[in-house]
Design a protein around this ligand. Sequence first.
Ligand code: PRT
Ligand code: MG
Length: 216
Amino acid sequence: MITLALSKGRIFDETLPLLKAAGIEVLEDPEKSRKLILPTNQPDVRVVLVRATDVPTYVEYGGADVGVTGKDVLLEHGGSGLYQPLDLQIARCHMAVAVPAGFDYPSAVRQGARITVATKYTAIARDFFAEKGVHVDLIKLYGSMELAPLTGLADAIVDLVSTGKTLKANQLVEVEHIMDISSHLVVNQAALKLKTAPIRRIIDTFAAAVSQAETV
Ligand code: PRT
Ligand code: MG
């Protein structure tokens, strides 16, 4: 049995075509079913639905053999113990620093004053500002980062941006592009040794589907 960990929403939706390329079809719609384990048309392949931030944990400890997870989640998790063979180029977005439209970010940073940054991505934010030599006080949040500067909780946020609509709707502007983000295939290292052939097949067919999608 091969167990694949996915999160509901964009990662599930964007992984479906890759699964299809590997001849795997999920037999239930996670938006309609309450099941957390979904069968596929292949009796020896199943999908488990977990929170996006839990995917690396499931794969690392063998609750799943393979998984699909954002680079943001991997960097925050640390990625230790996980084999990361493939950038799937799905669920693409970028990590950014954003501030309220009136906030003078360049001088806040230039003068070396401490700035307060609210984020769910404390590891990424800490590394980014350390590299720039900027002193930051980080405030860990679990959601709605956009609210933090609007309420005076923080000067800036570090968050993911795809269309930019969320920032715009909250009168925030992007002032730094930290890194591009996409989702990656991650594999449990023991599973790769014990179930080499079926896991290799998934890696290879996904890789072929990704390079095909790139040339379109
Ligand atoms: O939503 P939930 O709390 O259940 O979990 P999650 O947010 O961890 O999961 P999910 O499914 O929302 O995101 C899974 C992965 O998708 C993330 O780890 C990213 O790698 C990737 N991804 C791609 C995104 C986005 N695009 C994205 N736009 N994840 C989140 N967003 C959010 C962003 O945080 C911000 O609040 O969407 C908002 C900005 O979107 P725009 O289009 O307005 O710029
Ligand atoms: Mg989300």
